[in-house]
Design a protein around this ligand. Structure first.
Ligand code: NAD
Length: 355
């Protein structure tokens, strides 16, 4: 039977929602789940995915089985369903590096075992747990820790899905290292399943397809989970601004005045994310068209929908003998793939790859 063994670096909100989505699929493998774009991808159902290990640094998570780790105070994503086969996967200590720099350091206490954890331990654990795909879901801006996980995966020969905006797939040297080793690397920065980026990009594509000229655009995002807390620190959020702009440029935004990024932490929102976006364009006879949208989503399930596709795409790419940064599925799954595409072309390329 086909199966995919997954490890997650960062047992936070995205990981929690992804584990629940996987549990929902495992409980009822042949039912079509809302939000699951492809029931099978490269021949894999979501039910064929098992989380076999996770890595974290939080003392409320390290050393616990996955299901218990997700009861830690820092986890705010909604509890929809209990975990299934993955509930006892171990949460292993990881080297800290810059993982909790900035505001996160005030809300997460580091587990004692983290002091002794080494990158070699991470690579060894990936081999011992026979991990096919490592999902890197660390805080944005934790460059050293994120790159450490990528190197450990390369050493272990484990494919990587980079949920963060850290440049891995876009870094030619990193991508070449994976290609030379015959290992798949997908990234960078998850493009949420139906989130601000895909909606904004689709709007821009629509206006341009009708011959309108884009005059200005913005996208403001606020939320109350630890991702938004971390992103409130401008030293941590720079790569997220770049990544969101990359996505809008791929949609057709050129030199217009465009701003898109995280815009603030509002604690009581928890895992709810609000996006306010505006597009202003000029149309027939110079007449103005303005579109203002407000999108409300639960942030982490929205990430889980993409991770469900990305881990299966990574395994499928490996099965097909591909390696390094793989183009075809990436523009739909990530905000900053090596080569971005407008939404409709990204979807067509992804569905072609998935079939
Ligand atoms: N919709 C979304 O939620 C979404 C969309 C796109 C991208 N992303 C990105 O995905 C990433 C994860 O987001 P999240 O909401 O799950 O964040 P989170 O804050 O809930 O989880 C991050 C986890 O990483 C752990 N961590 C910190 N340093 C570590 C280290 N050195 N080793 C191992 N674990 C470490 C933290 O303890 C925490 O459990 C972020 O970079 C975010 O920007 C999320």
């Amino acid at each position: 039977m086909k199966s995919i063994r997954v490890a997650i670096a960062g047992a936070g909100n995205c990981a929690w929602s992804f584990a629940q989505f996987t549990a929902q699929a495992q409980a009822d493998p042949d039912t079509r789940l809302p939000g699951l774009m492809c029931h099978t991808l490269g021949g894999y159902r979501l039910a064929d995915v098992t989380i076999v290990a996770a890595f974290d640094v939080d003392e409320a998570k390290v050393g616990l089985p996955l299901a218990e780790a997700f009861t830690a105070p820092a986890v705010s994503a909604t509890r929809f369903t209990p975990l299934g086969a993955d509930r006892d996967a171990p949460v292993l200590p990881a080297p800290l590096f810059d993982g909790l720099d900035g505001p996160l350091g005030a809300v997460v206490r580091t587990a004692p075992a983290v002091a002794d954890a080494t990158p070699e331990d991470v690579a060894k654990a990936l081999v011992e747990h026979e991990v096919d795909v490592l999902v890197i879901a660390l805080p944005t801006g934790a460059s050293q820790a994120i790159r450490m996980f990528a190197r450990a995966a390369l050493t272990a020969g484990t494919a990587v899905v980079n949920c963060t905006p850290e440049e891995l797939a876009r870094d030619e040297a990193v991508a070449r290292g994976f290609a030379d080793a015959g290992v798949v690397l997908l990234g960078d920065d998850l493009r949420s399943h139906l989130g601000a980026t895909c909606l904004h990009a689709a709007l821009i594509e629509l206006l341009l397809s009708r011959g309108l000229e884009l005059e200005s655009t913005y996208q403001l995002n606020v939320g109350g989970n630890t991702d938004f807390l971390n992103l409130a620190d401008t030293a941590r959020s720079a790569s997220k601004f770049t990544s969101k702009s990359n996505a809008l440029r791929a949609a057709g935004m050129t030199d217009v005045d465009g701003v898109a990024g995280p815009s603030g932490f509002i604690g009581h929102l928890g895992d709810t994310k609000l996006c306010f976006a505006n597009v202003t364009a000029s149309s027939v006879l110079g007449s103005e068209v303005r579109i203002d949208i407000k999108l409300t989503v639960e942030d982490s399930p929205n990430a889980a929908g993409v991770i469900a596709n990305a881990v299966r795409a990574a395994k499928t790419a490996g099965d097909r003998g591909l390696s390094g940064a793989v183009d075809a599925p990436s523009p739909l799954l990530f905000k900053s793939p090596p080569r971005g595409l407008p939404e409709s072309q990204a979807r067509a390329a992804f569905l072609d790859f998935a079939s």
